[in-house]
Design a protein around this ligand. Sequence first.
Ligand code: ADP
Length: 669
Amino acid sequence: MAATTQSPEKTKKPETHEFQAETRQLLDIVIHSLYSNKEIFLRELISNASDALDRLRYEALENQELLEDDDTLGIRLETDPEARTLTISDNGVGMSHDEVIANIGTIAKSGTRELMAQIREAKNPEATAELIGQFGVGFYSAFMVANEVELVTRRAGTEEAWRWKSSGDGAYTLEKTEIPGRGTRITLKLKAVDEDNGLGDFTDTHVLRGIVKRHSDFVAYPILTKESRQEPKKDENGDEIKKEDGEVETLTVIEDVTLNSMQPIWTRPESGVEDSEYAEFYRHISHDWTEPLDKILLHAEGRIEYRALLFLPSKAPFDLFYRDSQHGLRLYVKRVMIKERFEELLPLYLRFVKGVVDSADLPLNVSREMVQQDRHITQMRKWLTKKVLDHLALVQKTDEEKYQTFWREFGKVLKEGVSMDFDNREKILPLLYFKSSHTESGEEEAPNLTSLNQYIERMKEDQEEIYYLTGDSVAQVESSPHLEAFRDKGYEVLYLIDPVDEIMVQSVSDFEDKALKSVGKGTVDLGSEEEKKQAEEELEESKKTYEELMKKLQTLLDEWVKEVRLSQRLTKSPACLVGSEFDMSPHLERLLRQTEGADVPVQKRILELNPKHTILEKLQARFDENEDDPILADYAHLLFGHSLLAEGSELPDPSRFNQLVAQLMTSGL
Ligand code: ADP
């Protein structure tokens, strides 16, 4: 945290603070710049100013006095080519002493630490730039173009103003000052012009005009600057005055010009807006420096009227799965921002969507509490959810590559929707992808992703169920003995290897009238009627042969398993463990055990043995000779342990298992 060396109350001298360690590292990277496009510093500062104005306008709805006698909100750029300074000022909400320390000396974003660790490990400048780009450096980008930055600010409704100053070298000073108006004024002492390194002349209004057009045109407040122009001089009759040589005499007029068009981008017809403008707007609201993957422009008319401009990011943010991560859409009422992150507008499983919603029907002075109960909000949420899901379905249908990118980044979040949003389940399920045992043209390759519909298209004629197996990883699921019969007979099995999959399958029993069935649970009967009948007969035969041995093994393993039976799902392995139809899967049991404080009772499972395996034949021979042969107990434990390891579970008594294996190894030599 920042360390205060002097308190402002006792002395008029500036306090010196050190930047938080992460901030210092970030500043270092910014200063030894990785960005060739340095002009974007202006976009960042204007964006902050615009946010500060939004906040003021919103706070003033409840407290008019905050506006004092200055209710023309705007952003101003001033330059001094001689002193080489550029000043960006706003009459927004400003910052208090503590807010300056919290906002400007600290990076209060979750994930910063992790990001810094990744940056330190990054191999080259491009990789670093990409990482940082996902995060954005906001205010600090000023240090790309300035040797020194001074920020003077006064919080609306307070008297005290504060001057913050830094050269970006690890520390900053903060001192009390006085200024007439509220808001924030940032003065940059610019580095020398160096076009080759992206340092244009940022004291030139034409240069600034271009930058504003490119990056900040949509800002809803005027971005003003003074421009001079020559005007003919006129006499009292309004006639132009001519010089001796006949030339018109001119005079220099300095006036305010507005650099941006100020039109809210979501109200403009899509055909008239460049993609780059949408991208800039996305950056403004998301604080994400990468390009959005896609946008959704919506307009609802009728009983309630609102517009929305939503974006799908191209990269998952670092904090997507953090409990305290911030999300939500920006809510405007008749162009006035009411809330920067309004979480109620979309369900949690769509939290990756960024954007704005502008409503014409909510009252302007709605309190935050009221907004949450407003029935308009419930309707908007329903409608927005449906629109986002419909849009995803459209992308899935029309742009496979884009959808795959989306899926890689946000698929796990979308899956949460299956158990969270019953009403939209039918829309969500077709959007999901899973790894599966299916490979193209029968080659050995990494498992493909498949949707449930694609799975159904490939189902065998006699197949009525969608098969799946849950587990920790593809490798673990693929080596599972449960897959053997399915693989041999050519039935595709979905690999559900995300933790969220377990919760998902608990809440879906079928898709398109096909039941979802775990290959690790219940009994298996695959094949045509003919084949099933034959398998049934063979099983009956084996049951007769092994009946007594099964009973014996059951007694020996009574403490661990609820049943020992013959299997139809094994073709190679001697044994595996299965659950009853409604049992928890071993994977879910493991996940729950990892949850702090969870008391997960041990579930007894069923040990299935392969009647065609030689081990069983030989055990039967031993059993026939001597029903109490101690080797039967040893083998019962070996088979049980072997099955546990195959599914990735822990052994209840590893040392006994180890001893038995050592014994076996010795006797095998
Ligand atoms: P971000 O804008 O992504 O939050 P910044 O580093 O750009 O990150 O800014 C940090 C914080 O500083 C802002 O969230 C805001 O609270 C505060 N801030 C920055 N500029 C201004 C400003 N012009 N007026 C008021 N507050 C500001």
